[in-house]
Every structure is written in C-alpha cells, then in structure tokens.
Write a protein that binds this ligand. Structure first.
Ligand code: 9MR
Ligand code: 9MR
Length: 579
C-alpha cells in the first residue's frame, strides 16, 4: 500500500479531525496519537511523550532541521488509564538533551514539533504572572502594557455597600465603604477573600522559593522598572484590596465583595450593578490572617517602597486571628438575595492550622505552634477549601525556625509522605502522571499543578530526582501531555483554549482570548451542561472538557488556578539541573 510521508499523513488526520462533522459548534480539537508538553523541555529535564491507540512497536525522535533520527527505542507496554478509559504507553525521551526542535514518530504518526532549550518556559512564566495584571479590577489597561487587550477600567469599588448579612453597629446595612483594586476572581467580576488567600499565598511562595526566577524579570506591568520585583508589585495590587476587606472595628473579614448577581457578558466598564461586601466568615478571617502574616515578612524586605505596610499587615493578621478565635465557626451561608460564587467551606481546621503556621513563622510565638497542633491533620494537595497542606509546606520551608529537631522531623516527614504517595501514583500510571480519576474536579488543571507543587516541596526537602521528574510530569500534563492533546494555557502551545469562560475575552471582539490564563480543565460533573448549547464529547474524567465559553465548569479561568502555574513554571526552571 502506498504510504503517505508521515508528516502529510499527520496533517491529513488533523484536517480530517477538524473537518469531521461534530455535534456542536464547539471548536473541534484534533487529538493526535502522540501527546507531549507542547512547549518542550529544558535540556536537563526528564522528557516523556505518551502514545495512545498504537499497539507496541518502535519510536523514533527526528530532528526538525535535517530529519536525522537522534533517538529510537521500543514503546513501553500499553495499559489502560482509568481517567480516560483508553490505553496508553509512555515513551522515555530523557536522553534527548541537545537543544533543538524535534518530533516523535511512531508508525504512521508524528507528534507536534517541540523544542529542547534553556528558555522553553520563559515566556510562559511571564505570561502566567501577567495574567493577573489582565484581571485587575478598577483600572484601565493601557496599550503599552496590555497590547491589543487594552481596555477601560471597571468596578472602581470605592462605593461599596454593607450587605445586611455584614451589618455591624458602626457599619449598618447600606452604609458605604471603599475597597478598590484586587483581581477579578475568574471569568466573573467578583472578588472573594477565601480564593484570594490561597492565590496570593501561592504567588508569594513562588517568590520565597525561587527569587532568582523573578528578581530581574520585567513582565511589562505599570510598576515594571521600579525597585520591587514585578511579582511583589502584582501581589500588592490584591493585598491592598484584601486589607480593605477587614472591619477595623473588630478585625473580622468580609467573605466577598460582589454584585448580587453575576454581571452579563460585558466588558468591565459596561458593568453597572451595585457592589456589596457580604457576611464576615471564619474562613475569610483565617485565610486573610495567613496571607497577611506571610506578606508582612516578605514586604519587610521592601519597607522603603512600602512604608508602614509590613507592620500594618502584621497587625491585620493578628486582629483577624483574634476575631477567628472569638468566632471559630462562622460558616459562610449565601444570603437569599446573593447568587454569585459562594466559596463556602464548613471544615475549618485546615484554615486554623494554616493561619497558625504563618503567624508562628512571622512572630516565633509558640502559642501559634500549639494552635497548629490542635488543628493540623495529615497534609493534602492544596485547594481553596483545603489549605492544610500549605500549613505543612510553610513550616517545612521555614523549618530552621522550629524549636526542636523532633518537630522538624515530623514536618518534613509529613510533606515527604504526601510527595512519596504522589510519586508512586505517577510511577503506576499509564500516563506517568499522578492524576487519578477523582482528581478531575472543577479546576482539575490546578489540581494537577498543586500535586506538582507538593512534589516540588518533596524535592526541596530530600533532593530525590524522582520527585522533580514527577513534578515535571504534572506541568507536562497541563501543557499537552493529556488525552485531549491540549495545552490548557491560552496562547501558549500548539492547540490552546480559544473560547474560555472569561468575560473580557468573550466581550472584547478579539478572536484570541487574553493570554496566559489556565483553563479549569476536564470536570466530569459537567455542572454547566444546562447552560451549554453544546454537549460534552465524553463523560470520562480526563475527557470532560469543551472549548466553549458556555463551559464555566470546564473552561473558565481563575486566579487560584493560575497561581500554581506561576509556581510550577518557576520551580521547574529553578530546579532542573543542567544535563
Ligand atoms: O460566569 C459565572 C462563573 O464565573 C461561575 O463560575 C459560574 C458558576 O457559579 O456561573 C457563571 O455564571 C452563569 C450562571 O451561574 C448561570 N447562568 C449563566 C451564567 C453565565 O454563563
Ligand atoms: O473553583 C470553584 C469550585 O471548586 C467550585 O466547585 C465551584 C462551584 O461552587 O466554584 C468554583 O469557583 C468559581 C466561583 O464560585 C465563582 N467564580 C468563578 C470560580 C471558578 O469557576
């Protein structure tokens, strides 16, 4: 039989897939049989591709510029991945450490071209952080910073009403406060303290762990070029807003600043709904206390640029902690007239443990360590409602401050135990990643990256290469080594989300979405099915994703999802050794 050259065959398959009749108007996504990180690899990294639907045989790696076969071998035995219900086999490309552009070839299939190079993730790292600038509330984005995504400002939030649920003697319902700035949470235009907490913490942790990655880099925000690293300037944009969410009368923290209902699909400056701060909650107070304690330490190094701010953050953190001690079980209950995001969480031991850990590191006061002990459980993979892992990671990061060796061992063992479990999941998986079917929650892309963040903590504690390789695998998953064959970051990869649920991207009349934003990713619960005019193509956990802007449950973006992308991009760049 006449065989098409591989590359033509690949193009033909891709074209077919795109042109094939699909049951919906969602942009059809070609899924080639060979999946890998579409941004490529650092020369010294572990490099894996995954092949689906091909039963055994040889693989070859072909160099783009001269067609030379630079690596070849046998495919591993394929096995079924429970998250997709399909068989897959990993291909180890680890020996490929010379900079260049390559493709993997298996039988008649050819992969996307991918680079191996020292700057493979530099643009991604900048864009992931810049994503926060694009989501700034209450400011115009100028063309010199935002390019074609320049826009007018919206939601000034200088006249915000106290909702009835938040009324106090000094601030009765309907009275007005000012709480400007901060980031829009996601594809919607509201601001939520609980989600801001883990987000801002994760960004600041990236700075704490990898200052060399952020120190000299200029990402093109209005503050670029000042004496402060851009990451800290960008985080301050949100911290300043968070400070205004604390009631100065009692230290309590409002749960959110929001419309009563989600805005329509409009640009920020066209949104006109009244804004409210809603109910104080224990979760908001504790997440606020944790982040302010961490920020107080970090911004102390930049006191000249932020005069008085570190002390103000310190006092704010302790006041919020005291409020939470006096009000330990104020669960957020969505008022009847409010229908925006809830971020409700009825399990608060992890929030107590996290705030206590951060306050201990700030103050050295062992009363906080005793509080940590009362509340801490085994660490888990961090998520907005599950911040216990952050408490352990913080104590591990600052273990030299712990009073005795036994506690240091307990903290490092706890973090290493979780990293080890994730590394084992990766080793046992057909895709060579840690993700299990139950990890495909709303925001699964961030779940993958937060697993990576824990693996990075494990690597930093024990220098086991397995943990670094497993962390790389989690980044690979998000950037294309997945059965959808998609890099989930807008604008970064060969096939990227084009129709994210993000109001500015939907309303700005520009085809391309705002760049550097992480799509939530596959979510088999498909809670948006009723709001979508198109059907999901599959109900398998890892395949439940549609590139359609209706899909807030699989294709929205959110600040808490971009943060581990910033962290992981920095981590892999900082930690990967030269070959
Ligand atoms: O745009 C909203 C998004 O940010 C939320 O994550 C999501 C779930 O709370 O809700 C979206 O708003 C939708 C609403 O819930 C139902 N009607 C359609 C709205 C916009 O698509
Ligand atoms: O990320 C949140 C997810 O864990 C919840 O299951 C979901 C429904 O409550 O809400 C997600 O957060 C959304 C928030 O409520 C409103 N802004 C958009 C967020 C991302 O979709």
């Amino acid at each position: 039989m006449h065989r098409l050259p591989d590359i033509l065959l690949f193009t033909a398959l891709t074209t077919l897939a795109v042109a094939a009749p699909v049951a919906c108007s969602a942009r059809a996504v070609a899924t080639p049989a060979i999946h890998l990180n579409q941004l490529g690899f650092l020369p010294g990294a572990s490099k894996v591709a995954v092949v689906e639907g091909i039963a055994g045989g040889r693989f070859e790696v072909v160099r783009e510029h001269d067609g030379a076969v630079v690596l070849a071998g046998d495919l591993a035995q394929a096995s079924v991945w429970p998250a997709s219900g399909r068989a897959a086999a990993a291909v180890d490309l680890g020996a490929l450490d010379a900079p260049g552009r390559y493709r993997v070839r298996v039988g008649g299939h050819v992969s996307d071209p991918f680079p191996v190079g020292a700057d493979a993730y530099a643009a991604l790292g900048d864009a992931a952080l810049k994503g926060y600038y694009f989501n700034r509330t209450g400011t115009a984005l100028a063309p010199e910073h935002a390019g074609r995504h320049a826009r007018a400002g919206g939601h000034p939030d200088t006249q915000v009403r106290i909702h009835a649920s938040a009324a106090s003697a000094a601030r009765p319902a309907g009275s007005v406060i000012s709480a400007p700035g901060g980031w829009y949470d996601a594809g919607d235009y509201n601001k939520y303290v609980v989600n801001s907490g883990i987000t801002t913490h994760t960004l600041l942790a990236a700075w704490e762990d990898f200052p060399e990655v952020f120190g000299g880099r200029d990402i093109g925000i209005p503050e670029s070029g000042d004496a402060v690293p851009d990451l800290l300037d960008e985080a301050w944009w949100n911290l300043r807003w968070m400070l205004a969410m604390q009631d100065p009368a009692d230290g309590g923290v409002y749960h959110k600043l929001t419309n009563l209902r989600f805005d329509g699909i409009v640009m920020p400056d066209a949104a006109r709904d009244k804004r409210y701060v809603v109910q104080k909650s224990t979760a908001a107070a504790l997440d606020f206390a944790a982040v302010m304690a961490q920020a107080s330490r970090i911004y102390a190094g930049y006191e000249a640029h932020f005069p008085g701010v570190p002390a103000r953050m310190h006092a704010a953190a302790e006041a919020a902690w005291r409020w939470a001690q006096a009000n330990p079980d104020v669960i957020y209950r969505q008022p009847k007239d409010v229908s925006t995001g809830a971020y409700g969480d009825s399990h608060l031991d992890d929030e107590f443990a996290w705030a206590a850990a951060e306050l201990f590191v700030l103050t050295g006061d062992e009363a906080y360590l005793r509080a940590f002990d009362r509340h801490a459980a085994e660490p888990g993979v961090p998520a907005w409602a599950n911040v216990g892992g952050l408490a352990w990671a913080t104590l591990a990061r600052h273990r030299e401050r712990l009073p005795d060796a036994a506690l240091r061992t307990r903290v490092t063992d706890a973090v290493l135990g979780l990293a080890q479990r994730l590394a084992a999941q990766k080793r046992d998986s057909a895709w060579q990643i840690a993700m299990q079917p139950e990890d495909f929650v709303w925001g699964s892309s961030a779940q993958a990256l937060n697993q990576g963040l824990i693996l990075v903590q494990g690597y930093r504690l024990g220098a086991h290469r397995d943990y670094l390789d497993a962390a790389q695998a989690q980044l690979d998953y998000v950037l294309g080594r997945n059965p959808l064959g998609v890099s989930f970051v807008t604008g970064h990869g060969v096939r990227t989300p084009m129709q994210i649920h993000h109001r500015p991207s939907m309303a700005d009349g520009i085809d391309e979405p705002v760049p550097g934003l992480l799509s939530g990713g596959p979510n088999p619960r498909q809670q948006d099915a009723r709001d979508c005019p198109v059907a999901y193509a599959s109900s398998q956990p890892a395949l439940s994703w549609i590139d359609h802007d209706c899909s807030y449950a699989s294709n929205e973006i959110a600040i808490n999802w971009n943060a581990p992308l910033v962290y992981m991009t920095a981590a892999i760049q900082a930690l990967t050794p030269a070959p």
